[in-house]
Unconditional design. Structure first.
Length: 289
């Protein structure tokens, strides 16, 4: 693990593979999951098997990276941080790959900082009224309610911040040092970003902005049974991106639901991500040549 300072934030990352002429892959996880979540390192290893490189990292507010409560939305904060990280490390342009929140971070990075995006590889794209509203509630409701009715010390004690405080103990004090009114204002702005809008298939990225993202994109079709990452959303995003290719995933229709059920005891829904590697590498050879 290494650290870089980007816009005053300490960001944890790991670069896998040797420097060569192959593409650089950036893997961005969903939720507050970290680069150490089972399946992430394994996907990175599978991608670099033929000489490519991969960057895995902890988004701000997750893992060993610093917490930060600023910006129009949390995925925008992540996107700007990722672009800054790649620039700081003199890396890229890169293939921005990710799932769930990682799809939004990757898309927003490509839209806001096209110079760092050689391509996009996306799966489990969140969408639909229920999926988006559930996400906003899962990420922010407990922290907003606790800050409103109690204080930031109680926020720091919430289970959702336990992982990043354990990995980066200074994050507890960073939460405590945040102005309570600003914290509430920021998180209420962030939860609003997940409100479904008719002109945004991806929160924070208008359909018009998505049409302007010209980087080659590989999109794995969502499962018809998955209410959190609906098939219709993956198909709509593939239609919006001018250079997108929509493909079938290397697993069955209920993959996300089954992996989530396993994660309740095994700890990760990402364990089968390495199955994506052959399709990803074949696409990169064709689209990025």
């Amino acid at each position: 693990m290494a650290f870089a300072t980007v816009d005053g934030l300490r960001v944890a990352y790991e670069l896998v593979g040797a420097e060569n002429d192959g593409p650089l892959w950036v893997i961005t996880t969903g939720g507050r999951f970290t680069r150490e979540t089972p399946g992430v390192a394994e996907l990175a290893a599978a991608l670099v098997a033929d000489g490519d490189r991969a960057l895995v990292w902890d988004k701000p507010n997750s893992g060993a990276s610093d917490v930060c409560f600023a910006g129009a939305s949390e995925p925008e904060l992540h996107a700007d941080t990722l672009a800054g990280l790649l620039t700081h490390l003199d890396l890229g342009p890169a293939v921005l790959a990710g799932a769930t929140v990682g799809t939004r971070v990757s898309l927003l990075t490509a839209a806001r900082h096209p110079e760092v995006a050689a391509g996009l590889a996306l799966w489990w794209i969140s969408g639909g009224p229920m999926g988006l509203m559930l996400l906003g509630n899962a990420y922010y409701t407990a922290s907003i309610t606790t800050a409103w009715t109690r204080d930031l010390a109680a926020v720091a004690d919430l289970p959702e911040w336990a992982g990043t405080i354990a990995a980066n103990p200074g994050n507890r004090q960073r939460i405590l040092d945040t102005d309570r009114a600003e914290f509430l204002e920021t998180l209420q702005r962030w939860i609003t970003a997940y409100a479904p809008r008719s002109d945004e298939r991806v929160p924070g990225l208008t359909d018009a902005e998505a049409r302007a993202v010209t980087a080659p994109a590989l999109i794995f079709r969502g499962g018809a049974s998955d209410p959190f990452h609906p098939r219709a959303t993956s198909e709509a995003v593939a239609d919006l991106l001018p250079n997108a290719r929509l493909v079938e995933p290397p697993w069955g229709d209920r993959e996300y639901l089954e992996r989530q059920a396993e994660a309740a005891t095994a700890g990760s829904a990402f364990t089968r991500w390495p199955l994506l590697a052959p399709t990803l590498r074949k696409w990169a050879q064709e689209a990025l040549a």
